[in-house]
Write a protein that binds this ligand. Structure first.
Ligand code: ZN
Ligand code: ZN
Length: 129
């Protein structure tokens, strides 16, 4: 895949970010230094980066898609309080997937699991009140 300058910037933004950014977030963070960039270009480049396996798209229920630099299979939790998305990469998920595969005699190649709840830092903040 040929990398345009804009595509490189978009990929770079995702790689540097730990927050599973949305297309809007990427657009807004690049817009200042790249006034020619349009939201449409961001969407188009994101789609191509996903298609070529550089990043993953994480679909969120009733929310904008998030983009993920971590392309290994993992689940997510979205916090009801701060709306942050965190990776859940635990052996219990792998176990669960393996069990599902054998119980239903299927090969699972990918999955999109999003838990909802309250994250560690919001739980801590709540305790302080
Ligand atoms: Zn939170
Ligand atoms: Zn992730």
């Amino acid at each position: 895949m040929k990398f345009s300058k804009q595509r490189e910037l978009i990929l770079d933004t995702i790689m540097k970010s730990d927050i599973h950014p949305t297309a809007d977030y990427i657009y807004n963070s690049l817009k200042k230094d790249n006034p020619n960039l349009s939201l449409g270009t961001v969407y188009r480049n994101l789609a191509q980066l996903v298609e070529n396996g550089f990043i993953h798209k994480v679909s969120m229920p009733n929310q904008s898609d998030r983009f993920d630099k971590n392309i290994k299979p993992h689940a997510h939790i979205i916090c009801d309080v701060c709306n942050e998305v965190y990776d859940i990469d635990s052996s219990s998920i792998k176990c669960f997937i393996n069990n599902l595969s054998s119980e239903h005699d299927v090969d699972i190649s990918s999955y999109n699991i999003v838990f909802k709840g309250i994250c560690k830092s919001c739980k801590k903040a709540d305790l302080k009140i």
